[in-house]
Design a protein around this ligand. Structure first.
Ligand SMILES: [Mg+2]
Length: 366
């Protein structure tokens, strides 16, 4: 099997809510997604998607994707997409960094590998551990009085895992969590995601003030060093996200005993090939994972859902239904969601097809 063509399409996603806001004054309503279609000499096509969460969340932005794809395309044409690790090496030799753009190609290669093998991708990633997987629901940053109602609304929809965005003034974050604490129900999983907003002393104050609340604190401070220092005196389990940017960062965090849990965003690490390695390292170390992505529609969701479904139960903290955060769907066959849980089917590959009526382009075709 050889790759004979790459086409890239653009899809505009609109957040299905007032504003997707988080610490640092970042607030987005619209996201630009890129869908990659790889064509092969067998007639099979593979699909991948990458959708950065705005330009200032990770070292990734939507405008960078087309330029990277144009750079990478000549290096993958003629290659066998089933040799995923070899393709990763080839892309890394052709372009330093820009893992997010490589992820769209890598995901499409896994889709092709699955289709060629007649197997769903989760079987190729280790096999199915879950029928239905728990979903977390993000409660975006809003005026503190509005946030309990948002959380309750999601609870009414069946969600039991909540990621509560923090990053108001520290006293307001403490008051917000104190107010919410009385609504906590046994069996729920709460994560306070600070998106790096607190200084180390502020993180310590919050953790001390709320020491009896059963809560993970995610990315409490901006830098790895601050988070590591805080973890030594934290009263809460610490989950890391933004400060882990590649495999080496994750290896260091495991060596340093820097985290109790981790957010694994598939596009950040360059797709499923690298994310599987990171997943397996964390499973070996007993670190529970939220397996997700920065943003996206049905193809991005299908990719991380396949990885989540093949993650041993104790180490899958939860996953997410990003495709349902948007008013439009870019794909048919996205993972099925019901009462705060999600499942992947048994169709070969990722099991999804682009909905070309929702896509513009192709803006790149080679
Ligand atoms: Mg996070």
């Amino acid at each position: 099997m050889r790759i004979i063509g790459l086409a890239a399409y653009r899809g505009e996603l609109h957040y299905d809510g007032a504003a997707y806001a988080f610490a640092g004054g970042r607030s987005y309503q619209q996201f630009t997604s890129t869908v990659v279609v790889l064509r092969t000499d067998t007639g099979l096509e593979g699909y991948g998607e990458v959708c950065p969460c705005g330009p200032s969340y990770m070292p990734a932005f939507a405008g960078g994707v087309p330029a990277c794809l144009e750079e990478l395309a000549p290096h993958i044409l003629g290659e066998d997409p089933r040799h995923t690790a070899r393709l990763t090496q080839r892309m890394d030799r052709a372009l330093e960094g820009h893992a997010y753009a490589k992820a769209a190609i890598d995901i499409a290669c896994w889709d092709l590998l699955g289709k060629a093998a007649g197997l769903p991708v989760h079987v190729l990633l280790g096999g199915r551990f879950h029928d239905r997987m728990p979903l977390h629901r993000i409660v975006p940053l809003a005026a503190p009085p509005a946030m309990p109602g948002l959380l309750q609304g999601y609870r009414d929809e069946g969600y039991r895992h909540f990621q509560i965005k923090l990053g108001h003034a520290v006293a307001d974050d403490i008051a917000l969590l104190r107010g919410l604490a009385s609504t906590f129900r046994p069996g729920e999983v709460w994560v306070g995601d600070v998106n790096g907003a607190w200084r180390g002393d502020e993180a310590a104050r919050v953790s001390r003030a709320l020491s009896s609340l059963d809560l993970f604190l995610e990315q409490p401070c901006a830098s790895y060093a601050e988070c590591l220092s805080f973890r030594r005196r934290a009263h809460h389990p610490v989950k890391l996200d933004e400060c882990l940017r590649d495999l080496e960062d994750v290896q260091r965090a495991l060596r340093d005993d820097a985290m109790d849990a981790m957010a694994l965003k598939v596009s950040k690490f360059g797709g499923l090939t690298r994310s599987r390695v990171i997943r397996d390292l964390c499973v070996a170390a007993g670190i529970p994972l939220t397996i997700e992505d920065a943003w996206g529609s049905g193809i991005a969701t299908a990719a991380y859902a396949q990885l989540a479904a093949s993650t041993p139960a104790p180490c899958l903290l939860n996953t997410t239904d990003l495709h349902r955060y948007n008013t439009t769907q870019l794909a048919h066959g996205a993972p099925d969601v019901e009462r705060g849980t999600m499942t992947v089917g048994d169709r070969p590959g990722l099991g999804v097809e682009p909905d070309y009526r929702q896509l513009q382009g192709p803006f790149l075709e080679v």
